[in-house]
Ligand binder design. Structure first.
Ligand SMILES: O=C(O)CCC(=O)C(=O)O
Ligand SMILES: [Fe+2]
Length: 787
């Protein structure tokens, strides 16, 4: 059957039919269409409530209005209010301001795009939103701004914390008339909102002022909407898909065109016909929560088949961002327990981009977040930070949102274990839907139509591949791409997985794919203050990843929590022989600190981080031995370098032949064997490494993990040089699993991590150790994440 967003009650057969809608921010709720004998008593029109009595000095008069409102909220969830005190002229002027705004050329409006604002304020073009995932998007453009305390006739006094929470608007540049018009309207609407809240309180049997202190600086926003006419024969497009409003309640101003429809209990659509001078008021999800479902957050939609342009302006009302929404005690009974946990407005509306992958996944599962909302929050974060961080080699927001809509449309029981988890991929992993260019001019515009093996596995598990992140050329040089360290834009994020580490460190993606041939996963992990896993070599397939060294290249992972690394490890089928314990205990465990043969290179930051790490482990009841690797392994770094040159000589031959002048000198040197290395020396190097592996495995097996530096020091200043990999290439050559654990700080406050190392194929064990150790290092290591 062709998808249909319009009039689902047509073609009713004997099978039950449903209307689907989005509720509490998630699509997939449904209500059965009931006809004839099965129909329940329900509303067929929306009540009109005269507000004039609410302004009376007489309590009984106010109470009567409040009771009318409460009745409407309980039976319909929608009503008109007239005599509300907002002058008609002000309504008309604000509508005119909206019309004028939408008449501007698209490219001008796109300068105000919501993705340029961290709080998703500003302009959203036609099809930018897609409430009903069966359609190609909402046929509407809108401009969203929130009420600003400065236009409040009762200006709130905000604490520092409240100011930090508040949402920032994005106003069109050089258009103060538009902004002034919005402020004039808001300064009256916020007063009406407070009056309405008092009526709700009274109607709910509470003191009239019960909620007053929750609306002193409310989260209130005004969305100006323009619905261009839609073609009635186009079935996969609608004005706005069926939904309930997320907020406490909405006060909607609409023009005389019509098109808003409200779903009654029989799943029939009742038109909310335009009534001159009236607001259409509807209950939102928060008010439904407060009243333990007594007030109805009613489903509604807009289809504009009038042939005319339609304009509307919902004013969305919620409590203060730091106010708690909890079920009113008077609505909890022995028969009816509280249906909702207490939650602050901020918790439900903000900082979605900060969720870890595991947290986001839990919210997709409980239906409180859609992948589309999550993707939009990440895109907004990216838009707000991209000029400073520049982590992306390729990112197409429209494609990300389309993918998110596709994922939202998957029925709950068919969703994968990584459903909706957003993954950033270093631009050396092939992606079938995005270019893959290795930061090499030779491959400009290159777009293999195939996913790298691990991308295919992640996608199959339901991951949302966000985009491609910057890399050093072919992930094979120390020359940084454009990317800056999110903790200090004057410093390198490290390399070669520069963009992946910076994106995760900057909350632009919860997790990312990296690779390591020398120190390309662990070093940026340390520089950006995140967890990094370099698994046992070839545990994650490298098929579809540009090759530097077959024997060293290792696919790695980034996250801001060990749980997220484990989540990815599950999806990538990474398992030890013996299942790792969930609750590894540092107390009583034995660690070995290994300074390694390159310790003289350690800077003051790493010297003190390692000392602090040892002290913290001991303080928490661990035994820490100080050990040395056997002296016959002293040449490991040299062997690594020698063998790498052998493989580089092979790997970059095509580029050398095709475009030598566009290839980095270091890689040209590989192909031309500029170091004059003999094959005999290279064979000896790799054989010596191979012989060292079981030796080091045996040492590592005696301990919970080896503790060793991740870096020389904090990220150096400048972005041209990505830093030294001396502390990493040893473990890359040895193929051992390594986890960078953040928590320490250098002389300039930049993050420094330490590496935990285990024997080969004990990756899950090392992760479980890293989880326990990470808690300690993050709590007391001296560095806290603040970007
Ligand atoms: O435009 C309308 O009439 C309704 C808009 C709406 O429901 C919304 O933006 O939530
Ligand atoms: Fe709505």
């Amino acid at each position: 059957m062709a998808p249909s967003a319009i009039s689902p009650e047509e073609d009713l057969g004997t099978e039950p039919q449903y209307v689907e809608f989005s509720h509490d921010g998630a699509w997939g709720h449904k209500r059965e269409i009931l006809k004839g004998a099965r129909a329940k008593p329900t509303f067929e029109e929306l009540p009109v409530i005269d507000m004039s009595g609410s302004f009376s000095d007489d309590f009984e008069t106010r109470l009567r209005v409040a009771q009318d409102i409460a009745r409407a909220c309980g039976q319909v969830g929608f009503f008109y209010v007239v005599n509300h005190g907002i002058p008609q002229e002000l309504m008309d002027d604000t509508m005119d301001a909206a019309r004028l705004y939408f008449e501007k050329p698209l490219d001008e409006k796109m300068r105000d795009h919501i993705y340029k604002s961290k709080d998703l304020r500003g302009y959203e073009p036609v099809h930018g939103a897609n409430v009903d995932p069966r359609t190609k998007g909402d046929r509407k453009e809108s401009f969203l701004h929130n009420y600003e305390p400065s236009c409040d006739p009762v200006p709130p006094v905000l604490t520092e914390a409240q100011r930090a929470l508040s949402h920032q608007n994005l106003w069109p540049e050089g258009d103060s008339r538009f902004k002034d018009a919005c402020f004039r309207y808001d300064s009256r609407m916020v007063v009406l909102m407070r009056k309405m809240i008092q009526m709700f309180a009274l109607g709910l049997g509470l003191d009239e002022h019960h909620f007053d202190d929750k609306v002193t600086h409310p989260l209130a926003s005004c969305k100006m909407i323009h619905y261009p006419p839609q073609d009635p024969s186009v079935r996969d497009e609608t004005g706005i898909g069926a939904h309930t409003d997320f907020v406490c309640f909405t006060m909607l101003l609409q023009d005389d065109v019509g098109g808003l429809e409200v779903l009654n209990a029989n799943a029939h659509w009742v038109p909310a016909k335009p009534v001159k001078g009236a607001f259409v008021v509807n209950v939102g999800d928060f008010l439904m929560r407060l009243t333990n479902n007594k007030f109805l957050s009613t489903v509604h939609r807009v289809t504009n088949t009038s042939g005319k342009e339609r304009y509307s302006m919902p004013w969305f009302c919620s409590f203060n961002l730091d106010a708690t929404v909890e079920v009113l005690p008077s609505y909890v009974t022995a028969e009816q327990m509280a249906a909702y946990e207490p939650i602050t407005v901020a918790e439900v509306t903000m900082d979605t981009y900060k969720l870890t992958a595991s947290e986001a996944l839990a919210r997709f599962k409980d239906g409180s977040l859609t992948v589309q909302e999550y993707a939009a929050a990440l895109l907004a974060r990216i838009a707000a930070r991209d000029a400073d961080v520049q982590a992306w080699a390729f990112l197409d927001p429209a494609h990300v949102l389309a993918e998110a809509a596709r994922l939202d449309a998957i029925p709950a029981d068919a969703r994968g274990p990584l459903h909706g988890v957003a993954v950033a991929a270093k631009d050396i992993f092939f992606t079938k839907d995005m270019p893959t260019q290795f930061n090499s001019p030779i491959y400009a515009g290159f777009a293999p139509q195939l996913d790298a093996s691990c991308i295919a596995v992640l996608r199959d598990a339901g991951a949302l591949i966000l985009g491609k992140t910057t890399t050093a050329e072919f992930a094979a040089t120390n020359v940084g791409p454009k990317t800056k360290n999110p903790h200090d834009p004057l410093r390198t994020p490290g390399g070669s997985s520069s963009g992946s580490a910076a994106a995760v460190g900057d909350f632009q993606a919860p997790v990312a794919l990296a690779t390591q041939t020398g120190g390309s996963t662990i070093r940026p992990g340390s520089f950006n203050g995140i967890y990094a896993l370099k698994p046992t070599w070839n545990l994650i397939s490298r098929e579809g990843v540009k090759i530097y060294s077959v024997l060293f290249d290792t696919v790695g992972l980034y996250a801001r929590s060990v749980d997220d690394l484990s989540l990815l490890a599950d999806a990538l089928n990474i398992h030890d022989d013996e299942p790792a314990t969930d609750e590894f205990s540092v107390r009583g465990a034995r660690f070995a600190v290994v300074k390694t043969m390159v310790w003289p290179k350690a800077g003051p930051g790493t010297v003190s981080a390692l000392a602090a790490g040892v002290e913290l482990l001991r303080k928490h009841g661990a035994f820490v031995d100080e050990i040395e690797l056997p002296p016959e392994l002293d040449e490991l770094p040299l062997w690594h370098r020698t063998w790498l040159a052998a493989e580089g000589r092979t790997s970059f031959l095509p580029e050398h032949r095709m475009a030598r002048d566009q290839l980095n000198d270091f890689l040209v040197g590989h192909v031309e064997n500029s170091l004059g290395l003999t094959r005999a020396a290279q064979v000896k190097a790799i054989d010596s490494i191979a012989a060292a592996r079981p030796v080091v495995d045996a040492i590592a097996s005696r301990y919970a993990a080896l503790l060793t530096p991740s870096v020389v020091d904090e990220a150096p200043v400048g972005t041209a040089f990505t830093g030294a990999a001396v502390f990493n290439c040893i473990w890359t050559a040895l193929h051992t699993p390594v986890v960078n654990v953040p928590g320490f700080a250098g002389a300039n406050g930049m993050p420094i991590g330490l590496s935990l190392v285990g024997p080969r194929y004990r990756d899950r064990h090392v992760l479980s150790v890293a989880k326990a150790v990470g808690k300690i290092f993050e709590a007391d290591g001296g560095w806290t994440r603040a970007v």
